[in-house]
Design a protein around this ligand. Structure first.
Ligand code: CUA
Length: 350
C-alpha cells in the first residue's frame, strides 16, 4: 500500500470517528426524540423532503458523471504511450465539451432545481390556517412563550395543536433573532425582534414532535427546545378546557405551605400562576419566566432540556445555573423543607 493510500485510510477513519462523536451529547436532551426533516409527518415537511431528495439525486448524478469523466481522461492518458502534439480537431472537441458540459448542462439542471424550489415554496406558503386556532409564539432567551389569544391561554415550551388541519403561528422575538424549527412538520422560520413572521403547519399524525431554535442566540442556544403535541380534535378541546381553568388552591397542607414559599421566595415576581392572588405585591403580569398555571401538565422543563419530574425540577430550582448557565432563573437557596413543600405545590399545578 502506498503512503498516500495509508494516509487516506487514516484520514477517513478519523473523519468517521468525528462523525460518530458529533452524534453524542453531554447534556440529556429529553424527550429523546431525534427529529429528522427526512421523516415528514405533515404536508409542508413532505414537500420539503421531496425537494431535498430531488436535489440529492441531481447532485449524485452530476458527481458520478464528473468522476467518470475524470477517470476516463486519466486512463486514456496512461494508455497513450508516446506523447503526440495536439492536432486541430482537439480544439473543436474541447470547445464542444465546454459548451455542452460547462454551459448547457448547468443551465438545464439549475433551471429544473430552481423551478422545483419555487414551486415547493409556493405550495408550502399558500396555506390558510384554521380560523379558530391562532398561536403566538414569542422566543425568549432561552425558552418559548406560547399564547392562544382566542382561547385566552398562555403556556410555555409546549404547543398543542389538533391534527389534520393547518394551524397558523405568529412568530415573534423579545430579544435577539431566533428560529422556529420543527423538522418533522415544516422548515425553519426566523423570529426577529420588531418583526412578525408567520408559518402555517399541519401534523397528519398524533404525536409529540420536537422543535429547536435554529438560529444561534447566545450561550444556551443548544438548550432552547420545545415540543409540539399534535392530538385529535377531541383531545385538543379537552386540553384547551383544562388550560383555561385557573390553578386550584391546594387542599393539602404541605402544598399550601409550598404555595407560601412560592410567594415569599419571590417566584411570583417572574412566574404567573393564574388564580393565585398576589396583586398586592406584583403589579401587572409576571412574565419574565414561563407561566406556571398548568406547569404540572407539561412534559418537559427548562426549554425541553429535561423531563418534567420531581428530581429534575428540584435540581432546576436549586441550581438552574448549573444546568443552563446564563439563564434568567437564579439559584434559589431554599431550606430543604421549603424545597419539598414547593415541589409539592408545583405538582398540584396540573
Ligand atoms: Cu434561540 Cu437559538
Amino acid at each position: 500500500m502506498s503512503k498516500v493510500m495509508k494516509r487516506l485510510g487514516r484520514f477517513s477513519a478519523l473523519f468517521f470517528l468525528l462523525l460518530f462523536a458529533s452524534a453524542c451529547t453531554a447534556v440529556p436532551i429529553i424527550p429523546t426524540y431525534k427529529p429528522s426533516a427526512l421523516d415528514p409527518r405533515g404536508p409542508a415537511a413532505a414537500h420539503l423532503a421531496s425537494l431535498w431528495w430531488v436535489m440529492l439525486a441531481f447532485g449524485t448524478a452530476i458527481f458520478v458523471l464528473v468522476l467518470g469523466l475524470l477517470l476516463t481522461a486519466f486512463l486514456r492518458r496512461r494508455r497513450s504511450t508516446n506523447a503526440t502534439l495536439p492536432d486541430s480537431s482537439d480544439g473543436d472537441i474541447g470547445r464542444n465539451w465546454l459548451i455542452r458540459g460547462g454551459i448547457i448542462l448547468p443551465i438545464v439542471v439549475l433551471a429544473i432545481v430552481f423551478g422545483y424550489t419555487i414551486y415547493t415554496l409556493a405550495v408550502v406558503e399558500n396555506v390558510q390556517g384554521r380560523a379558530d386556532v391562532n398561536i403566538i409564539v414569542v422566543a425568549r432567551r432561552w425558552w418559548w412563550e406560547v399564547q392562544y389569544p382566542e382561547q385566552n391561554i398562555t403556556t410555555a415550551n409546549e404547543i398543542h395543536i389538533p391534527i389534520g388541519v393547518p394551524v397558523r403561528f405568529q412568530l415573534e422575538s423579545d430579544d435577539v433573532i431566533h428560529s422556529f424549527w420543527v423538522p418533522e412538520l415544516h422548515g425553519k422560520m426566523d423570529m426577529i425582534p420588531g418583526h412578525t413572521n408567520y408559518l402555517t403547519l399541519q401534523a397528519d399524525q398524533a404525536g409529540v414532535y420536537r422543535g429547536e431554535c435554529a438560529e444561534y442566540c447566545g450561550l444556551q442556544h443548544a438548550l432552547m427546545g420545545f415540543v409540539i403535541v399534535a392530538q385529535s380534535q377531541a383531545d385538543f378541546v379537552r386540553w384547551v378546557n383544562a388550560q383555561q381553568k385557573d390553578a386550584e388552591t391546594p387542599t393539602d397542607s404541605t402544598a399550601r405551605q409550598g404555595q407560601q414559599v412560592f410567594i415569599s421566595a419571590g417566584c411570583v415576581f417572574c412566574h404567573t400562576v393564574q388564580g393565585l392572588d398576589v396583586k398586592t405585591i406584583v403589579p401587572g403580569r409576571a412574565n419574565l419566566g414561563p407561566d406556571l398555571t398548568h406547569f404540572g401538565s407539561r412534559l418537559t422543563i427548562a426549554g425541553a432540556s429535561l423531563t418534567n419530574n420531581t428530581s429534575n425540577l428540584a435540581g432546576w430550582i436549586v441550581d438552574a445555573q448549573h444546568i443552563k448557565q446564563g439563564v434568567d432563573m437564579p439559584r434559589m437557596s431554599l431550606k430543604s423543607q421549603d424545597l419539598q413543600t414547593l415541589l409539592a405545590y408545583l405538582a398540584t399545578l396540573k
